[in-house]
Design a protein around this ligand. Structure first.
Ligand code: CP
Ligand code: NVA
Length: 318
């Protein structure tokens, strides 16, 4: 870094923030959500611009960031691989240098985490991970907020509601699973993971130092026993479509069903980052049933990301 250069904070993986920063973000997201529900205008980012780069498809991430930025008074520029020079092999470093001279914040959804890191290393402005092959921190931010909202303590002590809790992860050892592990380590809860053989989590990717924050189970039913939250994701993530046929066979027993929910805590919640495939990773009766909070979870993407953008651009408020 050049002498006098400003240190730029990025949000590239969950462990980039400390527990006390998450406590602040959850409390702040609750305030921002209440204002939104009351139709109170709140436009602190009126002179700021967010660039979004999508190298993979999206519904929730696109709408939640775009609507959230406009609601906070800012503007949004949307780029995809196909309609930008990224698709014609302009180096990601050059793209970062250029874009970050024109906007205040960048959100990227791409393949390798390394590409996101290369962009961030050459960006003058904060960069947010909107999903990579390895991690999906904005989703877990929303999931934890949703858990606290449904089962937690007052917003003045948001992390208290997560203490001692057990999250069951059933399915692929993917970007979501690795991010859950990081969240467990940062915030002090436990994850019970069950994946089919050959599709397990990679501790090196998760990068957790405390092996005590997660436990691996061969049988998904055992992972769900006593869990406060049961969660899953698609069997085939974006970028892995060529493996779809093999995955359909390997994952057949990793469908979250009523039996799995029955062995969890009686008041356990079900979450799914969406999009979902009913009849594959989750039974329709579970995702559309009374323990499912998937629609709140999706909506909360917008509220937590508004708090995240405000924090990265303006720091702590009040
Ligand atoms: N959960 C999530 O990130 O959804 P999208 O792929 O629709 O953005
Ligand atoms: N694991 C999924 C999440 C989609 C939001 C994927 O990467 O495709």
């Amino acid at each position: 870094m050049k002498p006098g250069a400003k240190l730029v904070r990025h949000y590239l993986q969950f462990r980039d923030f400390r527990a006390e920063e998450y406590a602040y973000l959850f409390e702040r997201a609750a305030i921002i959500k209440t204002r939104f529900k009351n139709y109170e205008k709140y436009t602190p980012l009126f002179d700021r611009t967010l660039a979004m780069i999508f190298e993979k498809a999206s519904t929730r991430t696109r709408v939640s960031f775009e609507a959230g930025m406009y609601q906070m008074g800012g503007s949004v520029v949307n780029l995809t691989t196909g309609d930008s020079q990224l698709g014609r092999a302009e180096p990601v470093e050059d793209t970062a240098r250029v874009i970050s001279r024109m906007v205040d914040l960048v959100m990227i959804r791409t393949f390798e985490q390394r590409k996101l890191e290369r962009f961030a290393a050459h960006s003058r402005v904060p960069v947010i991970n909107g999903l990579t092959n390895e991690y999906h921190p904005c989703q877990i931010l929303a999931d934890l907020f949703t858990y606290i909202e449904h089962r937690g303590n007052p917003w003045s002590q948001p992390l208290e509601g997560l203490k001692g809790k057990v999250v069951a992860w059933v399915g692929d050892g993917n970007n979501m699973a690795h991010t859950w592990l990081q969240a467990a380590e940062v915030l002090g809860f436990k994850v019970r993971v069950s994946t089919p053989g050959g599709y397990g989590i990679d501790p090196a990717v998760a990068g957790v130092k405390d092996a005590g924050c997660y436990q691996v189970f061969a049988n998904p039913l055992d992972a769900c026993r006593g869990a406060h939250l049961v969660t899953t994701d698609v069997w085939t993530s974006m970028g892995y479509e060529a493996e779809n046929e093999a995955r359909l066979k390997a994952f057949a027993d990793w469908c979250v069903d009523r039996d799995m929910m029955a062995v969890a805590q009686p008041d356990a919640l079900f979450m799914h980052c969406l999009p979902a495939h009913r009849g594959e990773e989750v039974e329709a009766e579970v995702i559309d049933g009374p323990q499912s909070v998937v629609w709140d979870e999706a909506e909360n993407r917008m509220h937590v990301q508004k708090a995240l953008m405000e924090y990265l651009l303006l720091g702590r408020i009040g």
